[in-house]
Design a protein around this ligand. Sequence first.
Ligand code: OGA
Ligand code: NI
Length: 373
Amino acid sequence: MPSGYDDDRLRELKAFDDTKAGVKGLVDAGVTAVPRIFHHPPDPTPVASAADAADADAIPVIDLARADADRDRVVAQVRSAAESVGFFQVVNHGVPARLTDGMLAAVRRFNERPAAAKAAFYTRDAPRRRVRFNSNFDLFESPAANWRDTLFCQAAPDPPAPEELPADVRGVLPEYAAAARRLASSVLELLSSALGLETGRLGGMGCADGVSVVSNYYPPCPEPEATVGTARHSDPAFLTVLLQDGMGGLQALLGGRWVDVPPVAGALVVNVGDLLELVSNGRMRSVEHRVVANRSRDAARVSVAAFCNVDLGRESSRSGRLYGPIAELTAGGDPPRYRSTTVAEFLAHYDGKGLDGRPALHHFRLPAAASLD
Ligand code: OGA
Ligand code: NI
């Protein structure tokens, strides 16, 4: 590759990062073309048509109001979704609309402040700052940038001090994070049962001790075919609870096609992360997904992902627990498909790689998994 190209690209990335204004800053400046650093090669994967009846219920919607009265049935629904498509939506999930609506509105408000107000939060100082605003966490690692800006907050187990948070989200983010974590804990109970384990098993492994709240803002894109909102990836967590507004654009890779995960009023999206796929020995699927660039002329899309994981502060400060396929799941002649790893090692691999389209989990597969796909 001609080194002049790399030099130019690095200069352009730095110039963009130095504005601290993110993609929203480009749009406000009136760009009519997508700058080269955001260009993605065309994706040959076909998009499933909305008219395809089989896709209409590809991502199941599960009513958690029935989780007590009819637990076996809800466990069966969750098992089927986690094992096949890796995604489901939940309604009657117990997170009040006051918090979901409030969270989306707060994230929108923050991102729509003047650039100078947001610049104070703009940083890539990941270990030190628990609250970080930036555009593209992997800007300098990935081959192409995404058309979105992000406010990251490590929200559990130790929430940030109120003054660490932008004023716009201060009154809602900690409460939303706590509610999303409670929901994740009850979903982990259902998933434990779905794997034939004690209800407290996954929770007891620390799968929701830590919660990162990642709030995404997808500005309108002048050339949506040239780039993406979020490049294809699977989530580096045990479980993700995703709140999306009504714009749409999230797609999961199912059967070799991109299938919409449509906005459902009042619902939250739940998806299996890489670490749950690993500890479930591949029974539950961490499915790749992406967000297309926002095709709207004037309205931004907002989403809030709550990533449930171990308490990362604790895991990196001690030698680190090893996570591998749960013993009961490999007892019945099903050989381990993944090697054990610490969450810190897994994340170092994931982050170092950037969103380059290769599943991070492949790096941890044992030969028995080679036949999986
Ligand atoms: C993510 C993600 C989807 C969305 O943040 O990992 O997949 O709709 N987000 O923003
Ligand atoms: Ni994701």
